[in-house]
Design a protein around this ligand. Structure first.
Ligand code: SAM
Length: 289
């Protein structure tokens, strides 16, 4: 893809008569068509329907230039979500910056499973570990206004993004804390604890591919076999759960068995694993005590 970026030189004077339809057609020569549409939508601050309905309109020079700059960056591999600063998750759109992991559709499974355990009509204490952009915590808080959600992350920059996302969605029942997993808490007990921790092995070749190259390494890797964070969270959780409370973890495609083993050893029962839409083991959890 990179080699083709010469077809739309960033410094070329913008042709003010070029239409939305032509811009998208030209862009398809160097980036995925859908990516090009997302980029143009973000610059024109509009939606896909507008691009289709007004394909014969011409954006202004500044918009055309900015679109070409984003195309060149996309052609060089930068993730669309970082270029547009936004990503849809569950039923909301979240701010995303290079300080946070780009929310993945498979994480929606963890949210669904957590929502199934959180009552809609009464208070429930929920903890989201490694909140990143805040997608899990904010989505849960939005769908369960009676719940009291706490969310921690080691990254102060991630916490800043998560707070902006809570504000953007007018969510008041979530508190963000910069901390190393449970280190902020002493006597607090939660009914439901969820986490999508880093779970990729250091040195995994996938880290050199696609969007992962641009994401914060601290959001991705967890020791030599990718299990460090899962292990740390599972073994500490009993001190912070109410009796019969639930822990639910997102994990890698081959980590369900080790999660079962660790949960069992730590005293969890009613263990379960659910597969994502691709049929891959994705969320494992259990009930304590
Ligand atoms: C895989 S990302 C998940 C982000 C977000 N929850 C999501 O699902 O998109 C893992 C997050 O855990 C955070 N993290 C890593 N180590 C941590 C630690 N020791 N304590 C708290 N958060 C940590 C990272 O900063 C990152 O934001």
């Amino acid at each position: 893809m990179t080699g083709n970026s010469q077809f739309i030189p960033v410094q070329a004077p913008a042709d003010t008569s070029i239409t939305i339809g032509e811009l998208l057609q030209n862009a398809a020569a160097i980036v995925d068509r859908i990516d090009a549409r997302w980029l143009l939508q973000s610059i024109l601050n509009t939606d896909a329907a507008y691009l289709i309905a007004h394909a014969d309109r011409s954006p202004d020079v500044d918009q055309i230039n900015r679109f070409r700059q984003l195309l060149a960056r996309r052609a060089a591999g930068e993730p669309v979500a970082y270029l547009t600063g936004a990503k849809g998750f569950y039923d909301l759109v979240f701010e995303v910056t290079p300080d946070v992991l780009i929310p993945r559709p498979e994480t929606e499974l963890l949210v669904e499973m957590a929502l199934a355990k959180i009552p809609a009509d009464r208070e429930c204490n929920v903890l989201d570990l490694g909140t990143g952009s805040g997608v899990i915590a904010v989505t849960i808080a939005k769908h369960r206004p009676e719940a009291c959600v706490m969310a921690v992350d080691l990254s102060a920059r991630a916490i800043a993004v998560a707070r902006r996302n809570a504000e953007k969605h007018a969510v008041k029942n979530v508190v963000f804390i910069k901390a190393d997993w449970f280190s902020h808490f002493t006597a607090e007990k939660f009914d439901v604890i969820v986490a999508n921790p880093p779970y990729v092995a250091e040195g995994d070749p996938h880290l050199e591919e696609g969007d992962l190259r641009f994401e914060p390494i601290a959001a991705l890797t967890a020791g030599r076999n990718g299990q460090d964070c899962l292990r740390s969270i599972i073994t500490q959780t009993p001190d912070y759960l109410v009796p019969s409370g639930w822990l639910m973890l997102e994990h890698g495609y081959d980590q369900a068995a080790v999660c079962h083993e660790l949960l069992g050893e730590t005293g969890f029962t009613r263990l379960f694993t659910r597969t994502d839409l691709a049929g891959i083991d994705r969320v494992t959890g259990g009930q304590y005590g």
